[in-house]
Design a protein around this ligand. Sequence first.
Ligand SMILES: Cc1cc2nc3c(=O)[nH]c(=O)nc-3n(C[C@H](O)[C@H](O)[C@H](O)COP(=O)(O)OP(=O)(O)OC[C@H]3O[C@@H](n4cnc5c(N)ncnc54)[C@H](O)[C@@H]3O)c2cc1C
Length: 252
Amino acid sequence: LGGLVTAELLSAALGNEHQITLVAPNRMFTFYPGLVQLAFGAYTIEDVRFDLQARLSELKIHFVQGNVTGIDGYDCTVDITGDDYNGTMGYDFLVLATGPKLAIDRVPGFFENSHHLLGVNPALRFGQAVQDFKGGNIVLGLCPDAKLPVAVCETAFALANRFEMEMAAEDVNIRVIFPDSLESAFGGAQFSAQLEKAFSKHGINVLYDIPISEVTPSEVDSSKGHRIGYDYADAYAAISGPRDVQDSGSRR
Ligand SMILES: Cc1cc2nc3c(=O)[nH]c(=O)nc-3n(C[C@H](O)[C@H](O)[C@H](O)COP(=O)(O)OP(=O)(O)OC[C@H]3O[C@@H](n4cnc5c(N)ncnc54)[C@H](O)[C@@H]3O)c2cc1C
């Protein structure tokens, strides 16, 4: 995202005597912030994914599909490995926008047992699971050291809208869990009171101080001993374990 925006802005600002090259391993660009809307049917795949090469060639930006495997800051070269290009490319200016590295392996069972929004296909699978959901306990969580509370909250509100009637009838229960406080999830931002109010208004239960350590086929476990059940069946899952879990949002 950062690399693409930078390339587009540079292309608008610089004259034709400059050559801009964007290197990325995937030819298809996915706009991650649109994946919640994709899962809930507000966006189509075409709204959130497009062909980088086609877009960049319109802007006269050279696209190279490949991985940067080395950088030589003295000779001003990068090593690239890929189908399009295999070798060393010189540069005058280098912009690095390699993004975050996921640490999903720190939470065993994450990929096997939970839905997530880390790509178009997982988002579509999640959307299908929402459509198929017949009632019960939904748990959304932010893993320890994760930096994306907005997508978690956005998804919780989208689910609350989708299941508004079922929640009123107590057929669906939504819990959102954070590893620490709401303030620390948002990097110290001072709007937790408003956010808590919004969660409460939508009947979403918010649980704090639950650092997720594992996702099993039936529950989310924390390193502090919590075991929070979730299900796709008709029954509510119980919260059990050595520690009691305090709900801070309104309970319905
Ligand atoms: C479901 C979801 C919702 C989100 N919602 C929001 C939101 O509402 N607002 C918001 O601000 N953010 C949101 N985000 C986060 C946002 O998508 C990321 O912060 C943003 O994509 C990070 O941009 P980036 O350029 O740093 O990294 P990325 O977009 O991850 O781009 C990094 C690129 O570098 C490439 N790369 C890595 N290593 C190499 C290498 N060695 N050689 C070549 N290429 C390499 C990667 O393949 C990737 O294409 C959301 C994310 C998700 C998953």
